[in-house]
Structure formats: C-alpha cells, structure tokens
Design a protein around this ligand. Structure first.
Ligand SMILES: [Zn+2]
Length: 274
C-alpha cells in the first residue's frame, strides 16, 4: 500500500481510484493528507501515524470535501484539521456523508470509527495564507473549479506540493464547480512553482511528479482539455467533444465524468449568452 517513501513523506495509495493519502513528517509536525479509502487502509495510516508521531502535533489537511477525500476523518486518531472555509459553510454535507454510506453499503464495508463530516480547526480563507509550525511552513492557495472548497498546499522546507484533484496524470479535469475557476487555478501553478520550487507533486489520484516539466505538462494537458471541450460545445460538435475521451484508461466511468463536464460547460455557455 506504501507506493512512495522518502525522508519527508510516505504515500499510501489506495487501489480505489488510485487515491493518494500522504503522511508528511517534519521536525515540527506530522501532516496527514486526505486519509482514505478502504477500512483497513485507514487503519494502516492510523497505525503508521501512531508509530512515528512521538510528541509531535498531528495535523490533518483536507484538499477538498469530496467524499473519497474526507472519509478517513475521525479514523486516524486525534488531529487538528485544516481546510477551506467553504468546507464549513457548504450546505450539502449530508449528501457527502450519504455518498460514503452508499459506498460502504455497496461493498459491505465496516469501519472501526464513526464516519463524520470534518470539523475544521484551522480555517483557510485567504489565497497565500501561511501556517507556520516551528520551522515548517505550509502555504495554501485557493484552487476552486473542481469544487469551490479546494486548496493547494506547499510544505517547506520539505519541498512538497499537494494539488488535490488537479494535475493528475490519470484523470482529465473533473469540473464540478466552474471551468473558468478551474483554468484560473491551473494558471496559478507556474507562480507556485517559481515561489516554492517544490521537488515533489502529490496529486489526489495517480502518479507523483518529481520534475517541473512534468507538472507543467499536466497543467497544459488540463487546460487543453477544457479549451477543446468548450470550443467544441460552442460549435455544438458533440462528436469532437467526445474525441477528448480517447486514450484514457477507464473510459466507462470517465465517460460519465466527461458528460458531467459537458453539462456544466453547456450551462456556463448558456448563462454567458443571457
Ligand atoms: Zn478525488
């Protein structure tokens, strides 16, 4: 289950959607990111944290509130939670919890902790907001577009960039909130790379990236997908829009996400005409 490990970070990748949970160890803190997915996987992360935490404070960072990213809340032991303000104010928390219940139900999954919606202790409501613990600095950037409560985070001096559900090599953009915000978020990436020079990108799903060129390649591929999708829908050329699905590994489920993107962008185009 551990798919990557160095001095600063251990990645626990779930086979479910290839979701990455991170445990970051610095001299000052332990930072757990989006612990998920199957019950025994959450237990493994909890056991690992218990083993390495010593006297250090444990923080739990949620990149956003999608069900598969929050379901380990309450499952890894005591921790202070970090998340966007919008995670607190959103009104569909019950629906998110219902998605977890339905997943557990479908596969007869039993958890040894109570699934709850995260209580956020440290609220991020500003672009570039920093949290300093000893010599460790976390910098947060609003990354709306996928959802409206998404955040990027850099961890220094460890040199890590956490991108949540952006910059994946196994998914095209899944746009639930706004395609324009999604583009703005991608357009922040270059500055983040310049300002923080991260040596490791950890996306929510898929493979890590250790070099800048690969991160920028993913950024361009995501932007190209959005531009091409919008332009084909402007021309009402659905066949052209569907060409974007070629080459992806899991066409059945990804086709559904692609359709969702099409519906959202169509609505944006109609609203722009009004
Ligand atoms: Zn996700």
């Amino acid at each position: 289950m551990i798919t990557f490990k160095n001095k600063h970070i251990t990645i626990f990748q779930s086979p479910i959607y290839q979701t990455n949970s991170s445990v970051i160890e610095t001299d000052d803190m332990i930072l757990v990111v989006d612990p998920t997915t199957l019950p025994h996987e959450v237990v493994k992360i909890r056991d690992y944290v218990t083993r390495v935490r010593k006297d250090l404070p444990v923080y739990l960072f949620f990149t956003h509130s999608d069900w598969d990213h929050i379901l380990g809340y309450n499952g890894i032991g005591e921790a202070k939670c970090i998340g966007a303000e919008r995670m607190i104010t959103r009104e569909d928390k019950e629906q998110i919890l219902a998605q977890i219940t339905s997943f557990d139900d479908q596969y007869y999954l039993v958890r040894d902790y109570e699934v709850r919606y995260p209580h956020i202790d440290y609220v991020v409501n500003r672009d570039g907001q920093q949290l300093k613990i000893g010599n460790t600095t976390m910098t947060f950037y609003a990354s709306t577009g996928h959802t409206d409560d998404s955040l990027f985070a850099t961890i220094e001096p460890a040199g890590i960039l956490l991108s949540g559900d952006y910059l994946s090599d196994i998914e095209f953009p899944y746009i639930y909130h706004s395609s324009h915000d999604y583009e703005n978020t991608l357009n922040k990436v270059e500055d983040i790379l310049l300002n923080h020079s991260p040596g490791l990108l950890v996306p929510g799903h898929g493979n890590l990236a250790e070099d800048c060129q690969e991160i920028l390649r993913r950024k361009s591929a995501s932007l190209a997908y959005i531009h091409e999708l919008r332009s084909s829908l402007e021309e009402e050329d659905e066949e052209r829009a569907d060409m974007l699905l070629h080459g992806w590994r899991f066409p059945k489920v990804m086709g559904e996400f692609h359709k969702g993107n099409m519906a959202l962008i169509r609505e944006e185009l109609q609203n722009a005409k009004r």
